[in-house]
Ligand binder design. Structure first.
Ligand code: NAD
Length: 323
C-alpha cells in the first residue's frame, strides 16, 4: 500500500536483467516502484513492482507518462545485448538508445523529477587503452580523448553528456554509473543477446564431461565481472550520494575468458576441451575497472567473489535448461 511519504521511483528497462533485480531491491527498501519496459520480465513476476507499464520509450509521450508523479528515475532501458548483438545491430542500437535517453531526460525535466540515474558502460572507454590482455585498469578520466570500440559505447558517451547537460542547464540531479560486465541469475542466457558468463554457463551445462566447448576468439582476451547484487548495492549508494561525475561500478579482478571457462567447468565438475572460433566477434583485447574512485566516493567495493557468483548463475541456468 502506498503511503504519502513514500518516494516514488521509476525503473525503466524493468523487464530486463538489472531492471527487474533493481525493482526487487528497491521494494525491499520500502519504495513505491513503477516499472516500464516494452516487455514483462521473463524470469520474475511483473507484480513485484507496484505498477508495471508496457511503454516504448522511443516515443516522447510515453516518456511523459512513465515519469508522471515520479521522484526518482533509474534509467536502464536500452536496446542492447552481448558483443555479437551490438556488433551486428549498430544503427538500431544507436537510434533506439539515443531516442530513449533524450526523451527520458526531457520528460524528467518537464515532470520535475528530482533525480535521474543513468546506466552507462565500460564500453565508452577508448580502444587504444584496451589493446593488450594485460591492460591497465580504466579510470573514469580515461574516457577522453574518446574512441569507443563500438557504436553502443559511442551512444553511452553521448547520453552521459545529455544527462550532464540537463544538470548544467536545468539543474536536473544526475548520477551516472559505468557498469563493467554485470552477471547473475535471472538474465538472458540464449538467443543472441546473452553475455559471456551466461553463454559459458549455458554451454557448460549442455556438454558432457570430456566434450568440446566452443569459445569466441582465442580465449586470451581479458575482462572483469561483477555480480548483480554488488551492482545493485553500488547503484543505490551512488544514487544516494552527492557525486555527479560518472563512476565505474564493477570488479577489478582481471581474468581471461579461458579462466572464466575453467571456473565454470570446475563448478560443473566437468573437464572440457576448448575449441576456438577465431571468426567470432570478441570486442577489445583487455578491459579492467579501476575502482579507486568508487572506494573513495561510496566507501564500499564489490564483495561477491567470481566463484560464488558463477556458482549461483550456473545453478540457475542449469535449472532453467532442465525445465
Ligand atoms: P537488458 O537488455 O536485460 O535490459 C534492457 C531492457 O530495456 C530490456 O528489458 C528491453 O526490453 C528494454 N528496452 C529496450 N528498448 C526499449 C524501449 N524502446 N522502451 C522501453 N524499454 C526498452 O540489459 P541489462 O543487462 O539489464 O542492462 C541494463 C542497462 O545497463 C542498459 O542500459 C545497459 O546498457 C547497461 N549496462 C549493462 C551492462 C551489463 O553487463 N549488463 C554493462 C554496462 C551497461
Amino acid at each position: 500500500m502506498e503511503t504519502s511519504t513514500q518516494k516514488r521511483i521509476l525503473v525503466t528497462g524493468a523487464g530486463g536483467f538489472i531492471g527487474h533485480h533493481l525493482i526487487r531491491f528497491l521494494k525491499e527498501k520500502g519504495y513505491w516502484v513503477r516499472g516500464v519496459d516494452i516487455k514483462y520480465p521473463e524470469f520474475s513476476p511483473k507484480d513485484e513492482a507496484d505498477e508495471f507499464l508496457i511503454l516504448d520509450l522511443r516515443d516522447f509521450q510515453n516518456c511523459l507518462k512513465a515519469t508522471q508523479g515520479i521522484d526518482e528515475v533509474y534509467t536502464l532501458a536500452a536496446n542492447m545485448g552481448g558483443i555479437g548483438f551490438i556488433t551486428f545491430h549498430k544503427a538500431d542500437v544507436m537510434r533506439d538508445n539515443v531516442l530513449i535517453n533524450v526523451n527520458i531526460a526531457e520528460a524528467s525535466r518537464q515532470n520535475k523529477v528530482k533525480r535521474v540515474f543513468y546506466s552507462s558502460s565500460a564500453c565508452i572507454y577508448p580502444i587504444f587503452k584496451q589493446e593488450s590482455p594485460e591492460v591497465l585498469p580504466l579510470k573514469e578520466s580515461d574516457a577522453y580523448p574518446a574512441d569507443p570500440d563500438n557504436e553502443y559505447g559511442w551512444e553511452k558517451l553521448f547520453s552521459e553528456r545529455i544527462y550532464q547537460n540537463y544538470h548544467q542547464d536545468y539543474g536536473l540531479e544526475v548520477r551516472i554509473a559505468r557498469y563493467h560486465n554485470i552477471y547473475g541469475p535471472e538474465g538472458v542466457f540464449e538467443g543472441g543477446r546473452e553475455k559471456a558468463p551466461a553463454a559459458i554457463c549455458r554451454k557448460v551445462t549442455q556438454t558432457q564431461d570430456g566434450d568440446e566447448i566452443q569459445i569466441w576468439g582465442d580465449g586470451k582476451q581479458t575482462r572483469s565481472f561483477c555480480y548483480i547484487d554488488d551492482c545493485l548495492e553500488g547503484t543505490y549508494r551512488l544514487m544516494e550520494s552527492d557525486y555527479k561525475e560518472p563512476l565505474n561500478i564493477g570488479s577489478d579482478r582481471l581474468i581471461t575468458i579461458n579462466e572464466l571457462v575453467d571456473i565454470v567447468s570446475k563448478i560443473a565438475g566437468k573437464e572440457l576441451k576448448k575449441v576456438y572460433q577465431l571468426d567470432k566477434p570478441q570486442g577489445v583485447r583487455g578491459r579492467n575497472a579501476d575502482l579507486t574512485q568508487l572506494k573513495k566516493i561510496l566507501n564500499w567495493e564489490s564483495e561477491i567473489s567470481l566463484e560464488k557468483g558463477l556458482e549461483k548463475t550456473y545453478k540457475w541456468i542449469s535449472e532453467e535448461l532442465s525445465k
